[in-house]
Design a protein around this ligand. Structure first.
Ligand code: PLP
Length: 403
């Protein structure tokens, strides 16, 4: 079912033998040789269109030359130098300054971490410091990361229950259901939400939902936390997905596409909120040894500059993908915005697995969203050209079963 020949089987055996996995999906395994732009090559010489961008990481494409240049220049100066902010590191400042210049006025300070999960942890802790309340509200179908705090807010009870006991007082509501607004009270510490939900297939909330959440959170003193770990950095056609609604959060969590292929995350809030972390006694309420690594920060700055330039072209790229999907009979609906699209297919889950495998055989990498196994992610690098979209979507079309 995959492209491995006998001589490559050793790496497959050792992959399973030495690397702990939590989501092995055998037909999907690719033995990677190199990656560039929108393409990944395997060690058997096959070339694939990467239409999932490593789950919204490679927004500027694989090995973007500007990102590589920035990394190379920084490598000549220093790598990691000190841990908890004792040293001034210009790459961190340059990145933070640029990012904050593109965010609303209340999002003006960033705490650097390494991943999305850590960004969510930091945001929850900051919310705790702010109002000292227990209740954390999140939504069914959401994924916020793998650490205990993030799992406590995960929108899937089957996964959550495996790790009980989790944080107490966590509550789940249906994504986009206005009934939940009344449940946000003076007991609520924070509401965590993706402005477009990835796990269910790029679900856009109904008009007015985010503003209703915003209004209620403000009125009861709860914090509104946006998880833009997948949706951020141009993915939805704007720099951040919340810009579509014009509804700002108190805390913005970012990672994935942020680092241009390097590990980097952060949570962004107001100066006033962030000052809650900054206390002389006791020290170290929150810290990250590698958060804001200089290599990651220079890569992130290069990526951010590229993404800002790419934004005007994204509507045409989205339209091109949508138009290619239009007359494929197995496509029932297309959700999402920008290059953050989820096509709901008419297949069963078993047929969907077969489709993913056929796509791979056709040189097209994608996968289903975490909690919707009959949809497929169409999330190529934002650098994808119209010609590349045309060729990739032809491969997508020919992998469908004849109806
Ligand atoms: C929406 C969302 N939030 C949080 C995370 C966790 O990020 P990380 O894997 O970097 O910890 C992910 C990862 O897939 C995500 O998609």
């Amino acid at each position: 079912m995959n492209n491995f020949n006998n001589s490559d089987k050793t790496s497959l055996v050792n992959f399973h033998r030495y690397l702990a996995q939590s989501s092995t999906f055998e037909p999907f395994i690719i033995d990677v040789d190199k990656a560039e732009g929108v393409y990944v090559w395997d060690r058997q010489g096959e070339k694939y269109f990467d239409f999932i961008s490593s789950i919204c990481v490679n927004n500027v494409g694989h090995r973007n030359p500007a990102v590589l240049r920035a990394i190379n220049e920084q490598m000549e100066k220093y790598l990691h130098v000190m841990v908890y902010g004792e040293f001034i590191q210009q790459p961190q400042i340059d990145y933070a300054q640029k990012l904050c210049s593109l965010l609303p006025p209340q999002l003006q300070k960033i705490f650097f971490v390494n991943s999305g999960s850590e960004a969510i942890e930091g945001a929850i802790k900051l919310a705790r410091l702010y109002n000292r309340r227990g209740e954390i509200i999140s939504f069914r179908g959401s994924y916020h990361g793998s650490t205990m705090g993030a799992v406590s807010a995960l929108g899937n009870m089957e996964i959550r229950n495996r790790f009980n006991p989790l944080l107490p007082s966590t509550v789940l509501y249906d994504y986009g259901m206005f009934e939940c607004i009344d449940k946000i009270t003076e007991k609520t510490c924070c509401v965590i939400i993706e402005p477009i939900q990835a796990g269910t297939g790029m679900t856009v909330p109904p008009e007015g939902f985010l503003s209703a959440l915003r209004e209620k959170c403000t009125s009861v003193g709860a914090l509104l936390i946006y998880d833009e770990i997948q949706t951020g950095f141009g993915r939805t056609g704007k720099l951040f997905a919340f810009e579509h609604s014009g509804v700002d959060p108190d805390i913005l969590c970012i990672a994935k596409g942020m680092g241009g292929g390097m590990p980097l995350g952060g949570f962004v809030a107001s100066e006033k909120l962030m000052s809650l972390l900054d206390v002389p006694h006791p020290l170290m309420g929150h810290a990250s040894t590698f958060g804001g690594h200089p290599l990651s920060c220079v890569a992130a700055l290069a990526a951010l500059n590229i993404i800002v330039d790419l934004l005007p072209a994204l509507a045409e790229k989205e339209a091109r993908i949508r138009s290619a999907l239009k007359d494929i009979p197995q496509v029932k609906e297309v959700q999402g915005k920008g290059l953050f699209l989820g096509a709901q297919m008419s297949y069963t889950e078993t047929e969907m697995n077969a489709l993913i495998n056929r796509l791979m055989q056709n040189g097209f990498i994608s996968f289903y969203p975490l909690f919707n196994h009959t949809a497929i992610c169409l999330t190529p690098p934002l650098t994808v050209t119209l010609d590349e979209i045309d060729e990739a979507m032809l491969r997508f079309r020919t992998a469908q079963t004849i109806v």
